[in-house]
Design a protein around this ligand. Structure first.
Ligand code: ADP
Ligand code: MG
Length: 365
């Protein structure tokens, strides 16, 4: 299966005007769903560029619509043992945090709380349907990558070591060494933890005289299903990437140079990885930034959804074009879906083939 890449155009905010709108959603044929984003050429406004996506959501799309169409279908797969990665890419101010986190009101909730809510519901259903024979545990990790260093957001900023947490490869996956994990029973539990750790994020950023839009925030939801001594583990990761704007253009201050370089570098490496994979290159430069190591786009074997957030305004013109260029190329990435192997609590690692019936799923190759 390929990475699914969708674009979402945010509505106008207060003090933004219709006359400044230059980005629009379109369909290949009248009446078909939107799959194209159109934007004028910056050199010649009469000329229009088109970018194709797997799906395009315009100003009127609600949080619920986006979730139902792009995330909900993968929750079953998550419980079948596939890892799911959802990430928001785009310029600062285009709606990444709105899409991932959203507002406090029910209707305004973003992908993350909806994902958790669905995971808890499905977990409870599985426990009930199996008469408690299968138990489902949910644990959270939350961390950020800032200046190419990894910091645990579940820990207070005072506990940060300046060099951050190291990464290591384990079973073909990148893991953050020493990352904390908290068990989460229900949505209330999650919300408490999430609000608290988002405060850690802002406090840490303020101390560094920075802004949280300059770091990548990664929420990792680990789902563990235990039936007797058989354990099946999978993770859903939701990533709110740092703003993709060209910081060389927007930041002149010397103090921001290191930070800008790190953001530009990790997002640049991301775009290079996307290009390399879509060209079919053997060498993909994953290892050149921590963010791309963690994301391991196209290498991880699960399901990946990339959401490109867009502001429809002329003031974002060049940055919008560059983010459209990067993400529309990501569509060509092929990913093999492989379920995580189930393991026995004691004894040898089990082959998954004869355990496919656990959740009524056949082991796929
Ligand atoms: P980013 O995280 O990409 O910097 P934000 O999520 O903070 O952007 O969004 C910028 C502003 O636009 C915020 O005030 C946010 O509430 C608003 N916004 C973004 N997307 C939407 C949307 N789909 N509907 C309503 N408001 C939105
Ligand atoms: Mg943000």
């Amino acid at each position: 299966m390929s990475v699914r890449v969708v674009a979402r155009i945010r509505p106008l905010l207060e003090k933004e005007h219709d006359k400044d709108v230059i980005v629009r959603a379109d369909s290949v044929e009248h009446g078909k769903p939107f799959t194209m984003v159109k934007i004028p050429s910056p050199k010649n406004e009469a000329e229009e560029f088109s970018f194709a996506f797997n799906g395009v959501y315009d100003q009127s799309a609600t949080q619920e619509q986006l979730f139902t169409a792009e995330v909900a279908p993968h929750i079953k797969a998550l419980f079948q043992g596939l890892d799911v990665t959802l990430f928001a890419y785009g310029v600062t101010g285009t709606g990444k945090t709105h899409t991932m986190r959203g507002g406090l009101k029910l209707a305004e909730r973003g992908v993350i709380p909806r994902l958790l809510s669905n995971v808890f519901r499905r977990g409870k259903k599985i426990a009930k349907d199996t008469n408690g024979e299968t138990s489902v545990d949910v644990a959270l990790s939350y961390y950020e990558i800032y200046n190419d260093k990894v910091f645990d957001l579940l820990e207070p900023p005072e506990k940060r070591t300046p060099s951050g947490l190291p990464l290591r490869e384990k079973d073909g996956k990148t893991v953050v060494v020493g990352l904390s994990e908290r068990a989460c029973e229900d949505l209330k539990d999650f919300e408490r933890l999430y609000i608290e750790s988002n405060m850690n994020r802002v406090t840490a950023a303020t101390k560094l005289n920075a802004h949280s839009s300059r770091s990548h925030a990664i929420l990792r939801v680990k789902v563990t299903q235990t039936t007797g001594d058989v354990v099946r583990e999978s993770t859903a990761s939701a990533i709110d990437l740092a703003g993709s704007e060209d910081n060389r253009r927007t930041e002149n201050g010397k103090e921001r140079l290191v930070e800008s370089a790190a953001i530009n570098k990790s997002l640049f490496v991301l775009s290079q990885c996307i290009d390399a994979i879509s060209r079919g290159d053997k060498r993909v430069p994953y290892r050149e930034s921590k963010m791309t190591r963690i994301l391991s786009l196209g290498q991880n074997s699960g399901i990946t959804v990339m959401i490109l957030n867009l502001a429809p305004l002329r003031s974002y013109h060049l940055d919008t074009l560059s983010s459209l260029n990067v993400s529309s190329r990501a569509k060509r990435i092929e990913v093999r879906e492989i379920e995580n192997e189930v393991v026995y609590k004691q004894g040898p690692r089990a082959a998954s083939a004869n355990l496919g019936s656990l959740q009524g799923s056949a082991a796929r190759q």
